[in-house]
Write a protein that binds this ligand. Structure first.
Ligand code: AGP
Length: 620
């Protein structure tokens, strides 16, 4: 996700912007930029990773002309348009007298861009954000104030945004607004932050906490008009409102983690947003899909006769869930390979095999090499990645981006859930192309998909209950994770989390396979975690649970709310809300993430940087 900052007044607008961008760097960025507002003009500097860094930006900005009344800055995590200087924010209107920085996704930007282009506007980037600058330009041409122009503009915009705007005609004024994406406002009185009073706006507290603790949070569809000594907040309709004051007792480091103890827990709590943003704008009311960056057209996809998924780790588990979706919804045979194995099995592919690479980084060398091998067979390659223009995204025939934002913790959490959502989208889209899913049936499923972020949020709120269960097993050094159907990849992901952050041995096994050998390991005290949420094979899972309980195992179940018969068969239950069985991994994996997290914390381990692991494995 992107970071935005704005400052007006005070004695060091430029330094404030650069320091704020550095504080936002942890959010991950592929480009950055600032606009400084002098007396009657705007001055812009931008830097894209790989060409220039924030340090370079500082040097460029040091050459800025004259005194600066106000300024806005941005660190970009690309979603629409590649991570280039051309796409770096701030974006300008045609006259260069309006500048905008934005965090979020504008769903209807193509429609707005077409209308603006028809009105003679010239675009200089591939981003969704730039349409906002041109819309404000049009509104300002009617002689209104910047705040009114911004409100009129945002009444036309659909989607998520937190944004800040300056214009050459109003020195010292910053107008900012939010919908879904967070935005905080700060006011430093004279003397608090240097000699002169100042006002700030930022996408998160970390960027301004060093200047003031007088902070407010904007609510959805609120617009703030900021000057060094004044703040006016109003609705999109212009009705003045009181913003919510924030009581912040964090230090700066805690602020960068959003007040969480570590990035992993912060990113677990970003999972509802990650799923929502991955679905945003892609499920159309008509029961059809808008996967416009896919680049592989429906005609070619209609020729596909089988799907092969290649991935590693948590991404491989997402692929295993997707297998059920491809086969159930699209009636497409689907194989899922561990990428490092795929390349050496002498695979047989052809142009009718759709090869799907899943990789949050888009750089995992095993997966990258597997996709290169697949292309040599003439197979169309589609990548589900979280990093725009990553190596895999650049080399693939088509891309479906997840919009989880940067993930700092080595253990995949929000990117995994975003992958699950993206793969369901892909399977349903293929089903519609193949005629095995009607728009009417799709609309019913869209309701279930759209409810997932809320269900994930509800599950996250049960963290204390999971922590209590985890606390009972902190001395356990060996776990069995059982599952069937889509519950098996959930069990595999839960076992991986426990291994990689708590360093505890955990084996995930198909529940139906236990009787073919491993049940010999079950003895009194063996701890078994079983995924027993509603699925076509729920009764069978429960009979497998009974088998291990009768041999003395201690059983922890992941079970659906209200499934009291599950509780009767378990020593502890991790309750989750129910959803469509094929979508249930998005929810069911959450308590297993939490279980691993609390176990690791109980062992005093660093959950963000586990030993021996790297966030991206770029060596074979
Ligand atoms: C999962 O928590 C690990 N970080 C690891 O297994 C990861 O999923 C795997 O390395 C694949 O990474 P990718 O999604 O970036 O390709």
């Amino acid at each position: 996700m992107c970071g935005i900052i704005g400052a007006t007044g005070g004695d060091a607008v430029v330094e404030t912007l650069l320091e704020g961008l550095r504080r936002l760097e942890y959010r991950g960025y592929d480009s950055a930029g600032v606009v400084l507002q002098g007396q009657g003009e705007l001055w812009r500097a931008r830097a894209a990773r790989g060409t220039r860094s924030l340090e370079d930006l500082r040097r460029v900005v040091d050459g800025a002309p004259g005194p600066t009344a106000a300024g806005i800055g941005h660190t970009r995590w690309a979603t629409h348009g590649g991570p280039t200087e051309r796409n770096a924010h701030p974006h300008l209107d045609c006259t260069g007298r309006v500048a905008v920085v934005h965090n979020g996704i504008i769903e209807n930007y193509r429609l707005l861009a077409d209308k603006l282009a028809a009105g003679g506007h010239q675009f200089s980037s591939d981003t969704d954000t730039e349409v906002v600058a041109h819309l404000i330009e049009d509104e300002l041409s009617g002689g209104v104030a910047l705040a009114d122009a911004v409100r009129a503009t945002l009444r036309q915009v659909q989607g998520a945004f937190s944004l800040a705007v300056v214009c050459a005609g109003e020195p010292g004024t910053i107008v900012a607004a939010r919908r879904v994406s967070p935005l905080v406002v700060g006011m430093a009185e004279a003397g608090e932050d240097g000699a002169a009073p100042a006002a700030y706006v930022a996408s998160d507290i970390a960027a301004v906490l060093g200047h003031t603790r007088n902070l407010w949070a904007l609510d959805d569809d609120q617009v703030v008009e900021l000057r060094p000594q004044s703040m006016r907040v109003a609705t999109l309709a212009g009705k003045e409102v009181e913003p919510v004051a924030l009581q912040v007792d964090w230090d700066l480091e805690a602020a960068e983690k959003g007040g969480f103890d570590d990035y992993m827990s912060k990113e677990m709590h970003e999972q509802p947003r990650a799923v929502a943003d991955t679905l945003l704008g892609r499920l159309l009311p008509a029961g059809t899909f808008a996967l416009d960056e896919l680049r592989i057209g429906p005609a070619q996809l209609a020729e596909v006769e089988r799907v092969l998924v290649v991935a590693c780790g948590s991404s491989h588990h997402a692929g295993l869930v997707a297998k059920y979706a491809f086969e159930h919804w699209a009636r497409l045979p689907c194989e899922v390979d561990i990428a490092s194995e795929f390349r050496y099995r002498d695979p047989v592919l052809d142009s009718r095999t759709l090869v799907v690479g899943i990789s949050q980084s888009g750089e995992t060398i095993d997966t990258l090499q597997a996709l290169r091998e697949a292309r040599q067979w003439g197979a169309p390659v589609l990548v589900v990645a979280n990093v725009v223009d990553s190596s895999m995204a650049r080399e693939a025939d088509g891309v479906l981006y997840t919009h989880a934002g940067p993930e700092v913790g080595v253990a995949a959490t929000k990117t995994h859930l975003a992958q699950l959502a993206a793969m369901e989208l892909l399977a349903l889209y293929l089903a519609q192309i193949r005629g095995t899913l009607s728009p009417a049936d799709a609309r019913l499923l869209f309701a279930d998909l759209s409810a997932l972020p809320g269900l994930v949020g509800e599950t996250l709120e049960r963290d204390d209950a999971v922590a209590e269960v985890a606390a009972r097993f902190t001395s356990t050094r060996d776990f069995f994770f059982l599952g069937r159907h889509v519950g098996l990849p959930v069990a595999m992901e839960g076992a991986l989390k426990l291994k990689e952050i708590a360093y505890v041995r955990a084996e995930a096994y198909p529940a139906g396979e236990l009787k073919h050998g491993p049940i010999a390991l079950i003895e009194p005290g063996t701890v078994v975690l079983a995924v027993a949420t509603r699925s076509p094979v729920w009764e069978k899972v429960m009979s497998n649970v009974a088998e291990v309980r009768s041999r003395g195992a201690t059983v922890v179940l992941v079970a659906n709310d209200g499934h009291e018969e599950a509780a009767a068969e378990a020593d502890a239950v991790l309750w989750v809300p129910g959803t469509h069985p094929l979508f249930s991994p998005v929810v069911d994996v959450v308590p297993l993430q939490q279980f691993a997290y609390h176990t690791a914390r109980a062992h005093g381990l660093d959950v963000d940087r586990p030993r021996n692991l790297a966030k991206t494995v770029t060596v074979e």
